[in-house]
Design a protein around this ligand. Structure first.
Ligand SMILES: [Zn+2]
Length: 106
């Protein structure tokens, strides 16, 4: 049995390669011509907000599913600008969240 030499036919370029970006959060799909544009309001101030879900920050806008005072809403963050959806029941907020992730709404 002949033994192969340890040299790989491929030249190793290992050093200096950037680590690929790892996305752990979902991405909102790009809206299409059929997508529904939502009404976005200015964020309310001075509220205790819990962020339940968020989209990956490698894409803008970033969406967050938030809870505050027993109600739910979506936050839309683009550059320095923050907008909020209207307040919803959890089921409706979940539905809106899915619509944003699939590109049905934006
Ligand atoms: Zn990402």
């Amino acid at each position: 049995m002949s033994e192969r030499s340890g040299t790989s036919p491929f030249i190793s370029v290992g050093a200096g390669l950037p680590t690929p970006h790892q996305c752990f959060s979902p991405h909102a799909a790009a809206p299409g011509s059929e997508s529904k544009k939502l009404e976005w309001d200015a964020p309310r101030m001075g509220e205790r907000v819990r962020v339940l879900k968020w989209t990956c920050d490698c894409l803008t806008p970033v969406y967050e599913l938030c809870a505050a005072g027993g109600q739910y809403f979506i936050r839309r963050i683009e550059a320095q600008r923050v907008d909020e959806s209207t307040r919803l029941r959890y089921r409706d907020a979940e539905e809106l969240w899915t619509a944003l992730l699939t590109g049905w709404s934006y």
